[in-house]
Design a protein around this ligand. Structure first.
Ligand code: C5P
Length: 201
């Protein structure tokens, strides 16, 4: 089995960019697990029962329109608090983590629940204001009409819901290394993460 890298952290902390960069650098597969919850959230917004949606999630659901937007994000964090939804998504994530060539997974519970045995665990953080500015740039670039205040409120609501739920709350695994990206650019953050993986290997 190849190397598994578990990356967790709150919205817009930089974990996705770091995860993709590590996967490219070390030649590993990459899974953005937030997309699974966003896809279930999307189907709930379309009127489906979230548990049934999670149990019947298809690859094409991950390509639905609007998954990166704020509406799908809020819906994702609501369905993510339902234990049956989380349970339905475990096998797919673990199978991805065990793929032969190795994998990077990013999310909220990868180091704590999905891959507790991963040899490299990184918990990426940043101040909420900085994360809101980053997310605003992404959303505006993606054609969404939102304000900084709305994005900040959205991020705080999700942080509280994700950290406060009883099943698989967002938190750093005991053996995770924390990487605070508040004051560093993405290149520096990626370089720090690469160094960390090299040290671990
Ligand atoms: O990472 P992203 O912001 O796309 O995640 C959307 C939502 O999905 C999060 O706010 C969280 O509620 C949920 N999520 C989760 N566990 C994961 C990944 C995402 O609960 N492993």
């Amino acid at each position: 089995m190849g190397l598994t890298i578990a990356i967790d952290g709150p919205a817009a902390s930089g974990k996705g960019t770091i995860g993709r960069a590590l996967a490219a650098h070390f030649g590993l597969g990459y899974l953005d697990t937030g997309l699974l919850y966003r896809a279930v959230g999307r189907r709930m917004l379309d009127g489906e029962d979230p548990i049934e949606a999670a149990q019947s999630l298809r690859a094409e659901d991950l390509e639905a329109d609007g998954l990166r937007g704020p509406e799908a994000a809020q819906a994702a964090s609501k369905v993510a608090a339902i234990p049956e939804v989380r349970a339905a998504l475990v096998d797919f994530q673990r199978a991805f983590a065990a793929r032969e060539g190795g994998a990077v997974l990013d999310g909220r519970d990868i180091g704590t629940v999905i891959c507790p045995e991963a040899p490299v665990k990184i918990f990426v953080t940043a101040d909420a204001e900085v994360r809101a500015e980053r997310r605003l740039r992404d959303l505006v670039a993606g054609g969404h009409a939102v304000t900084l205040d709305e994005v900040l409120e959205d991020i705080r609501a999700r942080d509280a819901r994700d950290a406060g739920r009883s099943d698989a709350p967002m938190r750093a695994a005991e053996d995770a290394v924390r990487l605070d990206t508040t004051r560093i650019g993405i290149d520096e953050a990626v370089a720090a993460a690469v160094a960390l993986v090299e040290r671990a290997g």
